[in-house]
Design a protein around this ligand. Structure first.
Ligand code: 5GP
Length: 203
């Protein structure tokens, strides 16, 4: 079986990262694609674990050198997915997990649609998202307003994703994500038919 890509998009504050970190801890064969970003680290974020934190100069050099599978400008910062890292994990037959925005999803889909399963995660409404962003207290009011505005724009693309998780109950949402991952493993499209047939015929 060759590798696959699982893309999770959705507004910051939707609980996407919480769902993802639990999945990465508990489910075998998943690898997180660590993006590069020019955004400053938040409290508790570790360079090389949550993101590769780079300068704008470094990021632009990376673009010129073709190091990104996709990249986008989100909330006035650059974010991008490293091509080398993804290729390696795919070659090892892993499910590579991308936490990327709608623009990045579209670019990745143009190149790798066949191996992508996509999920949009959001809150039950905008007020709930605002409450979570305020509770998190990592962003100023201006940044929060910008993120809310961006969230509305992203929600318009929900139909382009394979699955939607409305995260009003973390446990239920996690079960949904687990089921999606299980169904990815059952996809016939990634099976090596020749190898399977040899075993199946048995001589
Ligand atoms: P945050 O600053 O809250 O960590 O992320 C902001 C947004 O950027 C989120 O929607 C997240 O999914 C997106 N993002 C993170 N990494 C990447 C990436 O490599 N490429 C793209 N296109 N978006 C990303």
């Amino acid at each position: 079986m060759s590798g696959q890509i699982l893309i999770l998009s959705g507004p910051s504050g939707s609980g996407k990262s919480t769902l993802l970190s639990r999945a990465l801890k508990e489910i075998d064969g998943l690898v997180f694609s660590i993006s590069s970003t020019t955004r400053a680290p938040r409290d508790g974020e570790i360079d090389g674990v949550h993101y590769h934190f780079v300068s704008e100069d470094e990021f632009k050099k990376g673009i010129e050198a073709g190091e990104f599978l996709e990249w986008a400008n989100v909330h006035k910062n650059f974010y991008g997915t490293s091509l080398i890292q993804v290729k390696k994990a795919l070659g090892e037959g892993k499910i590579v997990v991308f936490d990327i925005d709608v623009q990045g999803f579209k670019l990745a889909k143009e190149k790798l649609a066949k191996i992508i399963t996509s999920v949009f995660v959001t809150t039950v409404n905008k007020d709930e998202l605002k409450r979570r962003l305020k509770f998190r207290a990592t962003d100023s009011d201006n940044v929060i307003e910008n993120r809310l505005l961006n969230a509305v724009g992203e929600m318009e693309h929900i139909n382009e994703y394979d699955y939607l998780i409305i995260n009003d109950d973390l446990q239920k949402s996690y079960e949904s994500l687990k089921n999606i991952i299980s169904s990815m493993r059952l996809k016939a499209s990634g099976v090596n038919v020749h190898e399977l047939l040899q075993t199946w015929i048995g001589d």
